[in-house]
Write a protein that binds this ligand. Sequence first.
Ligand SMILES: [Zn+2]
Ligand SMILES: [Zn+2]
Length: 248
Amino acid sequence: MSPQMLGDFHVHTVFSGHAFSTLQEVVVAAQERGLKYLAITDHGPARPDGPKLDYFKNLNRQDTLRQLPGIRVLIGVEANIINPWGELDMPEKLLHELDIVIAGFHNATGYGGSSVSENTGALVKAIEKNRITVVAHIGDPRFPYPVDLEESIAAAAAKGVLVELNQSALHTWKDANVAHYERVLELLGKYHAPILMSSDSHISYSVGIVSECERLLVAHGIDPASTVNYSEELIQQYLVPQYLVPQS
Ligand SMILES: [Zn+2]
Ligand SMILES: [Zn+2]
């Protein structure tokens, strides 16, 4: 029997505006897939169709969601880097109160970086000065914000911030996306950083599905079971706040 993936840490609900499933639908989908961890990470409020700050504050109070049997739900955000100083679209206090913070560049958020050096500077500053758990789709060619991958991944690795492989980017298997994530993989190896796979699901049917990330890993001789997603120890080290770690 192949090992069971334990967690998906990048998932959207209908509150992201351009996603299609409710919170309950994505949680049930994760349970049906046998996941033990699921992070709800809707887009930060700088996206025109994203939820307002109050959504995150109110969701964060739903402790029953953190206490479901058999699955550990983390309440988080996919925050936007909004300026060259690496600021995010969420107050620092709330970033610290959420269980998990993914951050990256997205269109239509007010960010207007126009060069690799400006984007890299913004990303590195964001990593260094904010509480970030995961960098979302780093330098992804789908967005007009290319970064110096080596400088960015070195900064993330130095701070213990994970860099994801993104199923949503890879599922079209376009050459540019594949080549991009191959380079990400190479640099994660160079900086001895663990690999995280994310579905970046926008509908419940794709929660926990990272088949194209796994395909990329296998093509490079890496066992998907060696990623953070399959390791209780790495999940607790990198992704789960101490207050949510079950005490044995
Ligand atoms: Zn994103
Ligand atoms: Zn996303």
